[in-house]
Design a protein around this ligand. Structure first.
Ligand code: ATP
Length: 434
């Protein structure tokens, strides 16, 4: 039985498994706090009761962090602060022993530096604040999936070991592959599009994405989990924005139904979704930021979103639309990948900004072979991407898609200071362990 279900089983025989979270050994009584993934419960052992002598002996030797199986009766008891109940045990079986005192303070995660916590991540994750991040993250992805399945999307799995380094400017990791070099995939982009050429029509993938970026910001990591979507027969990139918006709304509404209390109490986060995510052209955004906040940048920098502009765009979209999400469109072609479709020279794509940070790039893709080849050539990539260009030689539906970084999205949703917190195990330029 899980601890959360005890409240429905008062006066019944129960059996639970969990970690020993605390031991209080008083003159007349022993209290244990046992914890599983669903909650904590008090176990009470009266020392005066002769029949408890074996249990008292076990508890005398019980270290925090050990795991136990407890058999006994669960009683309602309003005097017990922890959930108004206690277990009166009949048997305590120690299933594993914590050999030493824990090397980090797991009750107060902030009692040590994040890097010390990451060294002992297996213990750090026993902390409730940390554990709940992953309970919520699991649901975010579950509901994204659920939404796409309801629209008949297929989940596919593309290779992460690839033969050519290509696609865009991002740095790729090289790996030794027998007597040659291979590369770690920096996105599933080409394979997602291959699935369109194969007639799969609607697909998504949740998988690792590798970036050899030597950046130590709070939102970059060298390996993250991408949630990538691609679908066919679209009319414009507006369809891509619509799908992403609806997928996020579906997931966040469900997250809100299930976790709103934890979200606000533990992470100080409230989800409020506008009826429609606002959309603005990059140039217009810069005009607004200058007009409203006196934010000025050189024309050259206006080619892309500066970090400061991203941050200010949050202020702007809250003020103007009461929205934490903002679609920014009409980036210049030199800043976008060669495979974005262009109309009158303007890439038909967008970035989605959430709470002042980019969480997605999406676009309608160029599916016409000649034009695509020309655009690849313009970026000096046509030779590197020959295998990819083939996908468009024998017919390929018009299509588009997007990629959202799950770790970054979780960090932003839960107001975490760094992406190190929202990754089960963080990978950065200076960290390959644990
Ligand atoms: P940024 O400009 O923030 O470095 P990007 O333009 O390289 O991001 P894309 O290649 O468009 O990002 O990737 C799509 C999404 O994947 C991003 O919007 C973000 O959510 C996530 N992402 C990209 N790079 C990283 C990274 N290094 N660490 C964590 N998430 C990332």
């Amino acid at each position: 039985m899980k601890i959360k279900d005890l409240k429905d089983n008062f006066d019944k025989q129960i059996e639970i498994n969990g970690f020993v979270d605390n031991v209080r050994n008083l003159q007349w009584v022993q209290f244990l706090i046992i914890k599983d993934i669903t909650g904590s419960v008090q176990v009470t052992i009266e020392k005066s009761d002769e029949s408890n002598s074996k249990l008292v002996e076990i508890v005398n030797n019980l270290s925090i962090g050990s795991t136990v199986k407890i058999k006994g009766i669960v009683k309602e008891n309003s005097k017990v602060k922890l959930n108004g109940m206690e277990i009166i045990p009949e048997d305590i079986i120690v299933t594993s022993i914590s050999l030493n005192e824990l090397p980090i303070n797991i009750k107060d995660k902030d009692a040590q530096e994040i890097d010390t916590r990451l060294d002992y991540r297996f213990l750090d994750l026993r902390n409730d604040f940390n554990k709940n991040i992953f309970i919520i993250q699991s649901d975010i992805v579950k509901y994204f999936r659920e939404y796409l399945y309801s629209l008949d999307f297929l989940e596919i799995h593309t290779p992460k070991l690839i033969g050519t380094a290509s696609e865009s400017g991002s740095e790729v990791f090289e790996v030794k592959y027998f007597d040659r070099l291979a590369y770690l995939a920096q996105s599933p982009q080409f394979y997602k599009q291959m699935a369109m050429s194969s007639g799969f029509e609607k697909i998504f993938e949740v998988g690792p994405v590798f970036r050899a970026e030597n950046s130590n910001t709070n939102r970059h990591t060298t390996e993250f989990t991408g949630f990538d979507v691609e679908f066919s027969y679209i009319n414009s990139y507006e369809d891509v924005m619509d799908l992403e918006e609806n997928m996020i709304k579906y997931s966040l509404n469900k997250i809100n139904e299930k976790h709103s209390k934890i979200l606000s109490d533990m992470y100080g986060s409230t989800i409020s979704l506008p009826t429609k995510f606002p959309r603005i052209k990059l140039n217009d955004l810069y005009d607004e930021l200058e007009k409203r906040y006196g934010y000025k940048v050189d024309d050259e920098e206006k080619n892309d979103l500066t970090r400061e502009a991203e941050k200010l765009s949050y202020k702007y979209s809250m003020e103007e639309y009461n929205s934490e999400f903002l679609f920014v469109t009409d980036f210049p072609s030199e800043k976008r990948a060669f495979y974005h479709m262009r109309k009158d020279g303007i890439p038909q794509g967008y970035d989605l900004i959430f709470r002042g940070v980019e969480i997605t790039t999406g676009a309608q893709r160029e599916h016409r072979f000649d034009i695509l080849k020309e655009q690849a050539k313009e970026k000096g990539l046509d030779k590197d991407v020959e295998f990819y260009l083939q996908f468009f030689k024998y017919g390929c539906p018009p299509h588009g898609g997007f990629g959202i970084g799950i770790d970054r999205f979780t960090m932003l949703l839960l107001n975490l200071a760094t992406i190190k917190e929202s990754m089960f195990i963080f990978r950065g330029p200076n960290r390959l362990n644990p």
